[in-house]
Design a protein around this ligand. Structure first.
Ligand SMILES: [Zn+2]
Length: 375
């Protein structure tokens, strides 16, 4: 098949696949910030912040879309003028026909998301989320199908992403029974005659699906189903998701001193310096991470038995508390702990866009720098 040109809405679909928007915090504003969903996109610039420099870079490169980690629009806009930082970016973006889409706390929480990348970058293995597993991420789909169509409908929903339970896929259950219906005179039933009560053998097909893919899966199911009026239920499940959540915790390959670990963090995140709390000789094995501002996860890190939490934006009293509790802290800076998303997200965006046969160039923003420097 010939590569096709993606529209902005297609790219948003790919991002939703990588970091479902339902994972975002309620206060967050992820997804489309500015742009026409129908616009064609051939080049994407991935960056941490959609600042003026990013818009200039996108313009220089001919990129029609900027994908940023931090949302461009956070608070409702009361007026739009180039007199403030956000206004200037929005003004330029609209004038240059450059769209902006953001993947923020959904990317932080996603499986194979920012915090996994940070943990991997720091040599941590056996990684699990720090945040407690959350409910509300799954639906059970129950659909009634004529037996000869059961396989087709099952395959269609599996292909769209249903039927995954942890390391298993193609998970479903089917049972046979009798369905009854009567269509009025205006109907064109697949089986039977309008106005007559019908009883027919049907398969009750059950499977599980993530809430984030429910629209896609239901539309594929309806397409594969022969009935004019399909009987199906989407039932919210109490089941928890164990692969998503804020922060990550895991093990270093071997126990090392805080001094050695801090050196390792500096090298792996290309930092000239970092701030830390703890005794340089204290032994570190279990490490928690949270990219960006992450001290709200300190208690979770402690309860997971972490010897050290790597995060950013640590305040004085938070540092005091950690010292009193004997848990080491490394403040590697907001920029360094999150800027890693540029390369990682770009790589995944290339992969999923190739899978969809989109002709799309994904460019990593290299001109960004930490506004806070060590003097
Ligand atoms: Zn951030």
């Amino acid at each position: 098949m010939k590569p096709k040109t993606a529209r902005l809405t297609d790219i948003i679909g790919l991002l939703n696949q990588l970091c479902p928007p339902d994972l975002a915090e309620e206060w967050d504003n992820v997804g489309l910030q500015v742009g026409d969903p129908k616009a064609e996109v051939t080049k994407v610039l991935v960056c941490l912040d959609a600042e003026e420099i990013a818009v200039q870079e996108a313009q220089r490169l001919g990129a029609e879309l900027i994908v940023s980690h931090h949302p461009l629009i956070f608070r409702p806009i009361k007026h739009l003028s180039p007199t403030d930082m956000t206004g200037r970016v929005l003004f330029q973006a609209i004038k240059q026909d450059i769209a902006v889409v953001s993947a923020h706390t959904n990317l932080d929480r996603a499986a194979d998301g920012l915090n996994d990348w940070l943990a991997q970058r720091l040599g941590i293995t056996n990684i699990v989320p720090l945040e407690r597993p959350q409910k509300g991420h799954f639906y059970k789909l129950v659909v009634y199908v004529p037996p000869e169509y059961a396989m087709e409908v099952r395959d269609a929903v599996f292909a769209a992403g249903a039927g995954h339970i942890d390391a298993y896929d193609h998970c479903s259950f089917s049972s046979r029974g009798t369905g009854t219906f009567r269509g009025n005179q205006g109907t064109q039933p697949f089986i039977g005659t309008p106005g007559e009560l019908e009883a027919t053998e049907e398969v009750r097909l059950e499977t599980i699906l993530p809430v984030s893919l429910s629209n896609k899966i239901v539309s594929r199911m309806l397409k594969a189903h022969p009935y004019e009026e399909v009987a199906y239920d989407l039932i919210p499940l109490e089941k928890e998701r164990h692969d998503v959540g804020l922060g990550r915790v895991g093990q270093l390959e071997q126990t090392i001193s805080l001094q050695q670990f801090a050196e390792q963090v500096k090298v792996n995140l290309q930092l000239p310096a970092l701030k830390l709390v703890g005794d340089l000789q204290q032994q570190i094995n279990r490490v928690a991470v949270c990219g960006g501002t992450g001290m709200s996860l300190f208690s979770a890190a402690v309860s997971h038995g972490a010897d050290c939490l790597v995060t950013a934006d640590i305040k004085f009293h938070e540092a005091q508390r950690a010292r009193a509790e004997g848990v080491a802290l490394i403040d590697a800076g907001h920029f360094a702990t999150e800027q890693i998303m540029v390369a990682e997200l770009s790589q995944r965006l290339r992969k999923v866009s190739t899978e969809q046969q989109f002709h799309l160039e994904v460019i990593e923003m290299t001109a960004e720098s930490d506004p806070l420097v060590v003097f």
